[in-house]
Design a protein around this ligand. Structure first.
Ligand code: SF4
Length: 368
């Protein structure tokens, strides 16, 4: 697709991103005109410093920009200074109910807090947390989850409706605003796509704070990826969202990879290789699936945006291969045409496709 045409289509398809009030989680800007960032969450015990630090490093390598760590008890809070020392990413401490853990996390130097001020008891406690967070420039994310809404709201709205979620979030927001605390981010997560989308749409109309998007408890790698892609895709196309987390019952590194693919597919961020590959049919002249999968795996470390096409035959192969940086399109009898920057350059053997495409991509990316 011609660049101009593509830009025009994107302009029609995607609503202008809503400008929210920017905050900083460590050195990562969130909201305003900052790029939409990709988050994930560690899933090993927080008091196991080595395991947490190792997981955060894996997240960082996959492109994670902000990491959340649960702090369920005192031991976890005590581990935070050592984790922070080793973490290449800003850390958000996830705390429920116990305001003393929030104070300990702020004291340890965390970059963001996820806590609902309405759930920590008296106003005095909320005041103590807001004051400490304010002094250390630590933003607070209010995280409303459909599964843990206040009883009175469930009664008032007849269940965990999008309206109930928004009202819950606004209640927490008011507590912080009354304390003159405005470095706020909000999430409204339900495990079904429709409720989540509606809740964020309502919230986006009612507030200026950055929104952290996610479909909570979305499911396994397969179903969770689909639900998250649909839900987050709708919202992002609506111009809503400042950070995203794809929740998967899988290795959280996959959450980061899926998050990036969602943003890349909407041309909202660029990072690494994008592989176009045909589904193959009876016309296919080589093992496209194996080659495309291996190319994607081998080039997973690249940060530079490079487009690759792996196509089975001459029906759609040349067309797709010409539109990318490096393309391979099947010919006949084990031969494959290689394309570089829109031009067919030579014929290669099917067994060499992966090696040659990798080499050409790395050369282009300046990494050879
Ligand atoms: Fe089939 Fe060729 Fe299309 Fe691939 S490019 S799906 S092999 S027709």
């Amino acid at each position: 697709m011609h660049r101009q045409t593509r830009a025009g289509i994107l302009q029609i398809m995607l609503k202008k991103r809503k400008k929210t009030k920017p905050i900083f989680i460590g050195n990562v800007g969130v909201g305003g005109s900052h790029p939409i960032s990709v988050q994930s969450m560690t899933n090993v015990p927080t008091d196991n410093v080595e395991a947490v630090a190792a997981q955060i490093c894996k997240f960082a390598a996959a492109g994670c920009e902000i990491v959340r760590v649960s702090v369920p008890d005192k031991q976890s809070a005590e581990a935070l200074p050592s984790i922070l020392e080793q973490s290449p990413l800003p850390i958000v401490a996830d705390i429920h109910f116990d305001y003393r853990l929030a104070l300990a996390a702020i004291d340890a130097g965390i970059h963001g807090l996820r806590i609902n001020p309405g759930n920590i008891g008296s106003r005095k406690r909320a005041e103590a947390v807001a004051k400490a967070a304010s002094q250390k420039s630590v933003p607070i994310r209010i995280g409303v989850n459909a599964g843990s809404l206040e009883k009175d709201l469930l009664q008032k709205f007849g269940g965990p409706t999008p309206e109930a979620m928004v009202e819950s979030a606004l209640g927490h927001v008011r507590i912080l605003e009354d304390l003159d605390f405005n470095a706020i981010k909000i999430s409204l997560k339900a495990s079904d796509v429709i409720s989540t989308v509606e809740a964020y749409r309502l919230m986006s109309k009612k507030c200026k704070y950055p929104l952290h998007l996610g479909i909570t408890e979305a499911g396994t790698l397969f179903t969770g990826t689909i639900k998250s892609s649909v839900g987050l895709g709708i919202l992002l196309a609506d111009g809503i969202g400042d950070t995203i987390r794809v929740s998967l019952s899988a290795d959280p590194v996959e959450e980061v990879r899926v998050g990036w693919e969602i943003l890349k597919s909407l041309d909202m961020r660029e990072r690494g290789v994008r592989v176009v590959a045909c589904p193959t049919c009876a016309r296919s002249n080589f093992d496209v699936s194996a080659a495309a999968t291996e190319i994607e795996r081998r080039l997973g470390d690249l940060l530079e945006p490079v487009k690759v096409a792996v196509m089975g035959c001459v029906v759609n192969g040349p067309g797709e291969a010409r539109q990318v940086d490096v393309g391979a399109a099947g010919l006949k009898k084990g031969k494959v045409a290689l394309y570089l920057k829109g031009k067919r350059v030579r014929t290669i053997n099917e067994d060499d496709v992966v090696d040659i495409v990798e080499k050409e991509v790395r050369t282009l990316a300046g990494k050879n």
